[in-house]
Ligand binder design. Structure first.
Ligand code: NAP
Length: 246
């Protein structure tokens, strides 16, 4: 029997470590050809080695996602090579400064917004035509509970994830009558470099791993996943709907 994602093309951003790395590996294990994007070549090569050992395949794309023209070039290259995209996992993110708003300069603010929001907007713009070419285009974006908690001292991060959530929900509404399904995934506290940077006093061994989370992201990428415009909250294992005003 062929694996569930055989012959599907999956683009995963932030695939050099953490949740993106584990998700890319799990998608490849399920049969997808993974297009892995991040800046750190070493992390991408390690991923490639592991995917090959598992019998899968990947294309490595060393790219800074705040180079928005780079994402456009990637879209054109995918079009030329595959003519479609089946899965988009918008996972890359940065935590930004841990400070009160009044102590944060404009530059760290714009850096966080560039990666967490604008880069995903650009991906939506560049990848939608390719996802429409798929018989079952699936997009999952990784958000954070910080968005709704308006978490103190993480202002740029919280605001960026709130903006991302709205952007993704708008796109879900716009694509509702197509074959594309667009959803959010909120992992909660997970053992990654980002989490350790923001909460250095926390014992990482008390946290769940990226590999555990990835097992819940993969089903949202499958052709038989039919929900759209929903948020999967990993901590509660609940699929949440958003209130749509009449
Ligand atoms: P992580 O280990 O720091 O990984 C972040 C990934 O994003 C890396 O692969 C990094 O690659 C990539 N990235 C960052 N800036 C980039 C850029 N400019 N261009 C391309 N790639 C870039 O963090 P993580 O915890 O796995 O986070 C993954 C996602 O989960 C993020 O969206 C985060 O907000 C979300 N999240 C995490 C937690 C948690 O507890 N870990 C909780 C809630 C939400 P390079 O540095 O190699 O470019």
């Amino acid at each position: 029997m062929s694996p569930p994602l055989a012959s599907r093309i999956a683009l995963v951003t932030g695939a050099s470590r953490g949740i993106g790395y584990a998700t890319a590996r799990a998608l490849a294990k399920a049969g997808a050809h993974v297009v892995a994007v991040a800046r750190t070549q070493g992390g991408l090569e390690e991923l490639d080695d592991e995917i090959r050992q598992d019998g899968g395949s990947a294309t490595l794309v060393p790219l800074d996602l705040s180079d928005f023209d780079g994402s456009a070039r990637l879209g054109a290259a995918l079009h030329e090579r595959h003519g479609k995209l089946d899965i988009l996992v918008g996972n890359a993110g940065v935590a930004g400064p841990s400070s009160p708003l009044g102590h944060i300069d404009l530059k760290p603010w714009t850096d966080v917004i560039a990666v967490n929001v604008t880069a995903n907007f650009q991906l939506i713009r560049c990848m939608e035509p390719l996802l429409r070419k798929s018989d079952a285009g699936r997009a999952v974006f990784i958000t954070s509970a910080a968005a709704n908690k308006a978490q103190a001292y993480l202002g740029p991060y919280a605001a960026s994830k709130a903006a991302l959530e709205t952007l993704v929900r708008v796109w879900a509404n716009e694509t509702a009558s197509t074959q594309i399904r667009v959803n959010l995934f909120s992992p909660g506290p997970i053992r990654t470099r980002m989490r350790a940077t923001v909460f250095p006093g926390e014992d990482p061994l008390t946290l769940e791993t990226p590999e555990q989370v990835a097992q819940f992201i993969v089903p949202m990428c499958r052709p038989d996943w039919n929900e759209t415009g929903k948020l999967y909250d990993y901590k509660t294992r609940m699929l949440q709907s958003f209130h749509v005003p009449a």
